[in-house]
Design a protein around this ligand. Sequence first.
Ligand code: GDP
Ligand code: MG
Length: 213
Amino acid sequence: MSGWNYHLTHFVTSAPDIRHLPSDSGIEVAFAGRSNAGKSSALNTLTNQKSLARTSKTPGRTQLINLFQVAEGYRLVDLPGYGYAEVPEEVKLKWQHALSEYLHRRECLKGLVVLMDIRHPLKDLDQQMIKWAVQSDIQVLVLLTKADKLASGARKAQLNLVREAAKGFVGDIQVEVFSSLKRIGVDKLSQKLDSWFTDIPPAVEDESLYEPQ
Ligand SMILES: Nc1nc2c(ncn2[C@@H]2O[C@H](COP(=O)(O)OP(=O)(O)O)[C@@H](O)[C@H]2O)c(=O)[nH]1
Ligand SMILES: [Mg+2]
């Protein structure tokens, strides 16, 4: 049972960079991925809204950080897609710096969802995002998107491959297949978000509890 109703999510604001984000409080989960990875579609599928993630995707505003609110203080953050071939190198480096800063400094950032096309996973910047998240003790959910494009055997093989590679990052990384088109993996995504938003601290191993009476 999901504790949160993601269908109630609504757009709050756009920020031109991380310095203009709302106050660093509550709990935030960020969505990142190369452009065209299926990020907007995933957000729309999760929230069951046709154009939530596109409402602010007007031309010329694609580099904005878009913030959505599930409930007061609980936000989903749509980071601009990276990997645009046509963006000048200088702009790319600036943006990478801002992303690194966001992942390292944002206190309320609890989890990072990294979306990658299942046919082209773990590109350089995807790996960089995961590394930054791990450095900052931020849990990661990798979604292998457009899973409907592969037959089940190939899908499973890709999943295993990426799960194996994820171990190399030595962090808290869960990898799942996802398809907005076929609604695959939506439950896995909402369960992970539930766990981040619930924010129950990990069980403290209090040995006294286990002492025989
Ligand atoms: N087959 C398939 N296509 C998808 C899926 N998700 C997104 N797409 C397509 O991939 C393209 C990019 O999707 P979009 O959500 O805009 O990607 P974004 O740039 O990461 O926000 C669009 O043409 C979508 O229709 C999916 O689950 N299955
Ligand atoms: Mg998008």
